[in-house]
Write a protein that binds this ligand. Structure first.
Ligand code: NAD
Ligand code: IPM
Ligand code: MN
Length: 377
């Protein structure tokens, strides 16, 4: 008998619910075609949960996530909750979820097939052969989770002596376990692993580099390079095709992955899988995009491809994952594009390129096109 997977769906705020609905349509179609079984329950998270339950991640939601095989997140946050106390900010709920699930290895693939190179704002020379990078971002340590505090001035001193502190700490064990994921991934791909750090300045980076170098002996097939994070940002724009797997710590990974979105056409394209714990978390890389929320124009591809990652890593159905990924490529190649991508493609038209005629497609319709494509055997 096929296993019934338990899924906790946390649509969250802003465009989160819009893209999650489209992604669930793709999941439904894939499950039907590949005979997979799941039970999905929706729970409030982020700002929506603050409004309903007074906290961005309630015990009830957390318990439901712990009892699931996987969590699918939309996005959290927005101006309405920017000024709530920091312990109950929507973003704090998201970080708590990642930590509680033990999801220390965050895979963020950035893929631009050569056929869609016009979506990139970069020159054809840089992206003509496409982009195919996976960021492995450490997700439950570093500055995000290290001790943080405000240090008040001594009584009677200048108020400007008030200071604030975040701590960037990594243990050997934390580095090893995420590096292991990156080595394994690189070995299964083009065998190039670039570890990104700031070893010229930071103690934590020096330890990071030492550990990665020690581990390299166990992976003779994998070519390991190291790059400073500032240079990496530049190289991603100049020559993204040179990268295969990029391993990096939490904050660097956050920043570089948004850049990954920009060079491949839009942040709205990027999915992620957060693995390593008992329960995997899948979520698009983008946020709640308050500037376009409620207008039906959000790009659902990041969320749809997060479902593809769920099919691969949780359902362990490579065929279903690929069907969803191919469906996205197929629909894009027909010229049906969400608004954010349509603007990139129309730039290609202005340059007189032979690109397909663009049909700007809203979130709901785009989701339907993908689901219909996935359903085709
Ligand atoms: P954002 O990712 O929400 O938006 C950045 C820009 O990209 C905006 O112009 C937005 O319109 C655009 N964009 C993002 N996703 C898109 C999509 N799917 N389709 C089309 N356009 C898209 O980042 P921000 O504006 O810095 O943050 C907004 C809120 O989201 C903040 O509260 C922030 O903390 C939160 N946030 C949440 C997550 C998450 O839940 N994983 C991630 C990032 C930011
Ligand atoms: C992301 C987001 C989050 C992060 C925020 C919302 C806490 O930017 O998933 O990239 O920094 O990890
Ligand atoms: Mn981010």
């Amino acid at each position: 008998m096929t296993k019934t997977f338990r899924l906790a769906i946390l649509p969250g705020d802003g465009i989160g619910p819009e893209v999650t609905t489209a992604a669930m349509k793709a999941l439904e179609a894939a499950a039907k075609r590949f005979d997979l079984s799941y039970q999905a329950q929706t729970y409030p998270s982020g700002g929506a949960a603050i409004d309903q339950e007074g906290t961005p991640l309630s015990e009830r939601t957390l318990a439901a996530c712990r009892a699931s095989d996987a969590v699918l997140m939309g996005a959290v946050g927005g101006p309405k909750w920017d000024n709530v106390p920091s312990q109950i900010r929507p973003e704090r709920g998201l970080l708590g979820l990642r930590k509680e699930m033990g999801a220390f290895a965050n895979l963020r693939p950035v893929r631009l097939p050569p056929l869609l190179a016009d979506l990139s704002p970069l020159r054809h020379q840089a992206v003509g052969r496409g982009i195919d990078i996976v960021f492995v971002r450490e997700l439950t340590g570093g500055l995000y989770f290290g001790p943080k505090r405000r240090i008040p001035p001594e009584p009677g001193h200048d108020p400007d002596e008030l200071a604030a502190e975040d701590t960037l700490r990594y243990s050997v064990a934390e580095i090893k376990r995420v590096a292991e994921v990156a080595f394994r991934l690189a070995a299964a791909r083009s065998k190039n692993l670039c570890s990104v750090d700031k070893e010229n300045v930071l103690f934590s980076s020096r330890l990071w580099r030492e550990i990665v170098n020690n581990m390299a002996a166990n992976w003779p097939d994998v070519k390991v390079t190291h790059m400073y994070v500032d240079n990496c940002a530049m190289q991603l724009v100049r020559a993204p095709a040179r990268f295969d797997v990029i391993l990096t710590e939490n904050t660097f990974g956050d920043i570089l992955s948004d850049l990954g979105g920009a060079i491949s056409g839009s942040l709205g394209l990027l999915p992620s899988a957060s693995l390593g714990g008992k329960v995997a978390v899948y979520e698009p890389v983008h946020g709640s995009a308050p500037d376009i929320a409620g207008r039906g124009i959000a790009n659902p591809i990041g969320a749809v491809l997060s479902v593809a990652m769920m099919l691969r890593h949780t359902f362990e159905s490579e065929a279903a994952a690929r069907a969803v990924e191919s469906a996205v490529d197929h629909v894009l190649a027909t010229g049906c594009l969400p608004a954010d991508l349509a603007s990139s493609m129309s730039d290609a038209h202005k340059k007189g390129k032979d690109a397909p005629t663009v049909k700007v497609t809203g979130t709901v319709d785009f989701g339907k096109l993908i689901a219909a494509e996935v359903a085709k055997a």
